[in-house]
Design a protein around this ligand. Structure first.
Ligand code: SF4
Ligand code: SF4
Length: 414
């Protein structure tokens, strides 16, 4: 399949719209380290690399088809530590709950959690809880989200810049309406930390279990939190990767800073998280992003880019991709940031038949806090002494991959 024909045009982001956004979000953007330019346009989900892998012949290959098939019955066991049958089996089992959810709306073209928001199973309750104190309500909602299993929770206001201009109908990869119902004002952003030891085995099919587990966990958590809010009499839409880009929302909600490896790096878990969100009309106080010093450390570190096998990560400073640039279809236009070569990155995943997160594994902020040297690193790296932290980290070198066979023997020895 090539570029879908007979589609409605992508909605246009014009100068008046950009100016209105600048006036509304300029101050909080500066606090969050987000910089947009006059070339900014909302991202079209059709251009998401994982969506392109189904319609764009420049991305779709035998390897990419086999990559997706390997998550179902046609797993791809082979020689090589971490790519045996049980490694694929564990990964695919970890994804199972998320898969059940994302497949249930196939006939309606809704791949829930990925290409469309999760469809409500419960109506908004008839009785509305009065909210006199949005700050107290925000504190309570964060504790409820943690009770359901979220590791980090932040709250920010709805910002349509990060919403897909259109979503994709997965029946025929046509464009579909992506608007939220009237009255949605806030986004609750949830962070889900990935298993430290499984992440240490990247690259491997086994390591993919750390990703699948958190998608399955977050599916349950966002549904539970949205259901709770709807029972309070307010709108709530459970969302995973669908509807909007979660990275700017996580940064705006004060959970971390955007790093060279394209991930949100948090003080608590480094980049070792997945993020989900709940859009709601519940009155809530919002969090304020503040400089954490992580981004400044990324300015002097290139460890993730050095370790990336297909050289997909940038070594230079953050820069924008302009709306007129022909390439970089999967990169949002008009945002000054570090951007990966998504085609190179996904090409590597397709060859492996599993996801890669070497750039997450090697990041020095990815540690479990048990070792003094790791805690010292984070303290130094986020201070003015960041060059000392760089020196310390360079002396440690690239962290060794945990051998998947070793991971399995530790599991049995527990
Ligand atoms: S490895 Fe270094 S440059 Fe890359 S994200 Fe981590 S701290 Fe930033
Ligand atoms: S996921 Fe792997 S291939 Fe992609 S940018 Fe990170 S290290 Fe490179």
């Amino acid at each position: 399949m090539s570029w879908p024909s007979n589609q409605p045009d992508q909605p246009v982001t014009d100068d008046a719209q950009r100016q209105a956004w600048r006036e509304r979000f300029g101050e909080s953007d500066r606090a969050a380290g987000i910089e947009t330019t006059d070339n900014f346009v909302q991202f079209d989900q059709m251009n998401d690399l994982f969506t392109r892998a189904f319609w764009d012949d420049s991305v779709r290959t035998k390897d990419s088809d086999a990559f997706f098939d390997s998550y179902r019955a046609a797993s791809a066991p082979r020689r090589g530590d971490g790519f045996a049958l049980k490694d694929f089996a564990l990964r695919n089992a970890a994804w199972a709950v998320s898969d059940i959810l994302s497949n249930r709306g196939n006939e309606a073209g809704l791949r829930e959690g990925f290409q469309s928001a999760i469809v409500d199973d419960t109506p908004v309750g008839e009785h509305k809880l009065p909210v006199d104190d949005p700050a107290a309500m925000a504190g309570e909602i964060k504790q409820v989200a943690k009770l359901f299993g979220a590791d980090l929770v932040g709250i920010t206001e709805v910002d349509e810049r990060w919403h897909y201009s259109t979503r994709v109908d997965t029946r025929d990869f046509s464009r579909a309406d992506n608007s939220l119902p009237e009255g949605i004002t806030h986004v609750i952003v949830l962070g889900h930390s990935m298993d430290y030891d499984l992440v240490r085995t990247y690259p491997s099919a086994l390591a993919g279990a750390s990703t699948g587990m958190e998608y399955s966990h977050e599916a349950a958590i966002v549904i539970q939190l949205a259901t709770y809010i709807r029972n309070l009499g307010y709108q709530a839409i459970a969302s995973m990767n669908d509807t909007a880009l979660v990275i700017p929302y996580a940064v705006k909600a004060g959970l971390g800073e955007y790093g060279r490896n394209q991930m949100v790096i948090t003080p608590q878990y480094g980049p070792r998280l997945r993020f989900s969100k709940v859009f709601t009309s519940l009155p809530l106080a919002i969090d304020t992003p503040r400089p954490l010093g992580i981004r400044q450390y990324c300015d002097i570190c290139t460890k993730c880019a050095d370790a990336c096998p297909p050289r997909a990560l940038p070594f230079d400073e953050p820069k924008e991709v302009a709306a007129t640039d022909g390439g970089a279809r999967s990169t949002i236009k008009g945002v000054k940031k570090w951007s990966a070569d998504c085609e190179k990155c996904f090409g590597y995943w397709a060859k492996l038949k599993t996801d890669c997160a070497i750039c997450m594994r090697v990041c020095p902020f990815n540690h479990d806090g048990r070792k003094l040297v790791d805690r010292l690193f984070t303290r130094l790296a986020t201070s003015r002494l960041r060059r000392w932290a760089l020196w310390l980290d360079q002396r440690r070198g690239m962290p060794a991959r945990l051998k998947p066979k070793e991971w399995w023997s530790r599991l049995v020895a527990r």
